[in-house]
Design a binder for this molecule. Structure first.
Ligand SMILES: *Cc1c(COP(=O)(O)O)cnc(C)c1O
Length: 443
């Protein structure tokens, strides 16, 4: 089915992930259920790390972009695999620290980091803060000074490469809430500014050109743009970066409209980026910087599936058939947010031919609460177990309690054994922070 992962169909015709039968998982843990394949996650982390080791003398680090999937266990896996992480909020930072993740391997991102989040980062002694504003630099400088430290920072820049799934464009003007444009002088100005700050150590630049990108040239073009800028900074302000972070964004398979990349092909993305970096550095006589990349989706996305139980089925003659499941936009808001496409199968009847075109609906009170539209399935019936592929990234991390539905638990599978890494929520969790003011209380 998917030669790179542990997904198979067993002799009962049941879908298996990580050696665990999905029908059994649904019985044991209930549905909806997120299932993450540990072997896949580790394999992807290793592919990236080994590429930097092999092609760049280990002069760099892989950062797992933990906004893709954040819970304590994933930070433990990242630490065991000897990679760093990036966090984009105080909450992600807290989760990483709670898991005992080494602070010096944490990079902090955000276009509007809150004062308390920056303080939390400084207190924890995070390795690096990726600054995205003047006031933020002022704040870091002041607070680092109080703590008697010099905080390492990168500056987020915008190379004007706008990448989409299957294409990219170069833009002269950049409309983004992230970063400072390389083209219009703003990145230069903030570089000069950061260099005046005593308690801030500017190490280099960061860029992240987008997500779900398949075009290799998008990444090399971003490297080229950044290195041209770096060369101009050496001339103009005498600054030479020791670190460059080129972000993440490598695409994954959701449906057969997407390519299925092998681990070797993921390695090629990084190889290409490294080649361009070496070429640019040597052409411009610049030292090779410490290299950072930040893959998120490609590490966890295809490692995860979601299991649901089929409930109501509504056939609207001549229009559509809706197959409703016990989850929906509260566990996977990506269709509702950006019409993302997914591939479902019936996990208990995985060998059967597809015979109908249906739309998978959730249980929320929203017409747009859909998981997939016009997808092929065998004739589904109430009680079937529906599996949706490639839900490991930006599903659990985007989940919510809309309609006071419970966010599903998550199990990690390895060699046929499944264990909770996120326990089920309870109704009690839903009312934990609710308060009835005195004047509204029943006597
Ligand atoms: C989201 C994000 C990433 C990861 O992107 P993926 O598409 O999940 O690989 C990396 N860096 C930054 C700054 C991001 O915001």
């Amino acid at each position: 089915m998917n030669e790179r992962s542990t997904l198979t169909v067993n002799e009962k015709g049941h879908l298996e992930i990580g050696g665990a039968d999905c029908v059994e998982l649904a019985k044991t843990f209930g549905t909806p259920l997120y299932v993450m394949d540990e072997a896949y996650i580790r394999r992807m982390m290793r592919v990236y790390r080994r590429t930097i080791d092999g092609e760049y003398n280990g002069n760099g680090m892989v950062l797992y972009a933990s906004k893709a999937f954040s819970c304590k266990a994933i930070y433990r896996i990242a630490e065991e695999e000897n990679i760093g992480v990036d966090v984009v909020s105080g909450g992600e930072l807290f989760t990483a620290l709670q898991a005992g993740f080494p602070a010096e391997k944490i990079y902090m991102h955000g276009n509007n980091k809150l004062p308390h989040e920056l303080e939390e980062g400084l207190n924890a002694k995070v390795g690096c803060i990726v600054a995205d504003g003047y006031e933020e630099i002022d704040f870091i400088d002041r607070e680092a000074g109080k703590r008697g430290i010099r905080q390492k920072i990168l500056l987020r820049v915008n190379p004007g490469v706008e990448a989409h799934t299957h294409a990219f464009v170069q833009t002269a003007t950049t409309d983004s809430k992230f970063g400072f444009s390389l083209q219009d002088g703003t990145a230069e100005a903030i570089t000069a500014y950061a260099l005046t700050k005593e308690n801030v150590c500017l190490e280099g630049y960061h860029c992240h050109i987008g997500s779900q990108i398949f075009e290799k040239q998008s990444f090399s073009l971003a490297v080229k743009k950044c290195m041209e800028f770096v060369a101009s900074m050496r001339e103009k302000v005498g600054f030479i970066p020791t670190k460059m972070n080129f972000g993440g964004g490598y695409g994954i398979w959701y449906t057969d409209e997407d390519r299925k990349l092998t681990p070797e092909e993921y390695a090629e993305y990084v190889q290409e980026l490294i080649q361009e970096l070496k070429k640019q550095a040597s052409e411009k006589g610049l030292p090779l910087p410490y290299l950072l990349i930040e893959p998120g989706r490609s590490i966890v996305g295809e490692a995860g599936i979601t299991l649901y139980t089929v409930g109501a089925i509504k056939e609207i003659p001549g229009v559509k058939t809706y197959v409703a499941v016990d989850g929906g936009m509260f566990d996977n808001p990506r269709y509702a947010l950006y019409q993302s496409k997914y591939t479902p199968i019936l996990a208990n009847r995985a060998k059967e031919e597809n015979t109908q075109i249906v739309s998978i609906a959730g249980k929320c009170c929203e017409s747009g609460d859909l998981i997939a539209v016009n997808v092929n399935l065998p004739k589904a019936k109430r009680g079937d177990i529906l599996a949706v592929f490639s839900t490991g990234a930006y599903n659990y991390s985007m989940a919510m309690n809309y309609n006071r539905n419970l966010i599903p638990p998550c199990v990690l599978v390895k060699d046929g054994v499944a264990e909770y890494i996120v326990k089920p929520q309870t109704y009690e969790d839903l009312v934990r922070n609710d308060v009835i003011p005195e004047r509204l209380k029943k006597e």
